[in-house]
Design a protein. Structure first.
Length: 188
């Protein structure tokens, strides 16, 4: 049986805590949905902010809903441009990560930590994991075919009833494999 996994390129983005959202946009501010994302309840908001380190700046889309802690997910190329050295981490693991300045209009706040390069991973429901023969926290390999074919190794499985099947790679990985927004991968 061929085990196909949809792959999505996850561009640079930020998850804000409610506290930081209000510090940037005002008390009681609510994110406005631009479009739903593949994972249930997650959405791209129509708001963007600027990630700033010294004189270097990059725009980042805010992804909702708000989270407990503010977290910026960038690519290695973004990190080099910004002059910071974030670790490759699983989303939510923010201890000992660099901070950055967040800018919205005339408001600026500095977060002390929270910038990461998210590790490539597969989201799936428990039923999808069983069908694919994989389990939560397992490391697997996924092949991308085409002109820039390659195999992604060390892809972490995140299995939970709150997820829907999709592998996430960052823009550097998407570019290296010749895919853009959506593609198919094959579990090997």
């Amino acid at each position: 049986m061929v085990k196909i996994i949809p792959i999505e390129v996850s561009a640079r983005h930020i998850h804000l805590s409610q506290k930081d959202l209000e510090r940037l946009f005002g008390r009681g501010y609510k994110l406005k949905k631009l479009r739903d994302l593949s994972q249930p309840e997650e959405f791209a908001s129509d708001q963007k902010i600027i990630l700033k380190n010294k004189s270097r700046k990059l725009s980042a889309r805010i992804v909702g809903p708000t989270r407990r802690n503010t977290q910026a997910e960038i690519s290695l190329t973004d990190a080099i441009y910004l002059g910071i050295n974030p670790p490759f981490r699983k989303s939510g693991n923010l201890a000992n990560t660099p901070g950055i300045t967040l800018v919205s209009g005339k408001k600026e706040i500095k977060i002390k930590q929270g910038v990461i390069i998210d590790l490539r991973h597969i989201h799936c429901s428990l039923k999808e994991a069983k069908r694919l023969g994989i389990r939560n926290n397992q490391l697997v390999s996924v092949e991308v075919k085409g002109k820039r074919a390659l195999i992604f190794h060390n892809v972490k499985v995140r299995a939970s009833e709150k997820y829907r099947l999709s592998m996430h790679v960052d823009t550097d990985e998407g570019n290296a494999s010749g895919i853009n927004r959506k593609a198919k991968g094959y579990l090997v």
